[in-house]
Design a protein around this ligand. Structure first.
Ligand SMILES: [Zn+2]
Length: 164
């Protein structure tokens, strides 16, 4: 069997999805779900504006995509996401029984610290690890560039505060 790609390689795939969000004028956050064989089984990027719902975060869409293929129990899967998941997405991650989460950069305003322990034991048991800081600079830069270019075009970008 071919060697499984590195965390960095998977994060690059998540970044490609983040770029799709940026191209569509959405805050650039991308996510993928990888199964036990190393196959990407779900992808998503932030579509809050396009879909007009606050639930259309990259992670939620990637989880739904994976669930359509594999069912909702994603026990042996990993989530790779460019920005630290928020409380909603972390809840969905726990409910999906993911094996772990790898994220690029911390979200100071909405990041749900994944190592905290207010989740019930069942959920805690289901998640074996969290890794942060994979391709961190790129994950930060894509967000910074997005907001910088928005401001340059005179747009008053309130959304910055909501998601990052
Ligand atoms: Zn979220």
């Amino acid at each position: 069997m071919a060697e499984r790609p590195s965390d960095e390689w998977y994060m690059q795939q998540a970044l490609l999805h983040a770029q799709k969000a940026a191209d569509e004028g959405e805050v650039p956050i991308g996510a993928i779900i990888v199964d036990e064989s190393g196959t990407i089984v779900g992808t998503g990027y932030n579509q809050v504006e396009k879909r007009g719902t606050q639930t259309a975060h990259a992670e939620m869409l990637a989880l739904q995509d994976a669930a359509e293929k594999k069912g909702w129990r994603l026990e042996n899967c990993l989530l790779y996401v460019t920005l630290e998941p928020c409380l909603m997405c972390n809840g969905a991650v726990r409910l999906s029984r993911l094996r772990g989460v790898v994220f690029g950069t911390r979200s100071n305003l909405f990041g749900c610290h994944l190592d905290n322990d207010f989740f019930v034991p069942l959920y805690k048991k289901s998640m074996s690890f969290v890794k942060e800081g994979v391709c961190e600079q790129q994950c930060k830069d894509i967000l910074r560039e997005f907001f910088k270019s928005r401001r340059k075009h005179g747009e008053h970008y309130e959304r910055t505060k909501k998601r990052i």
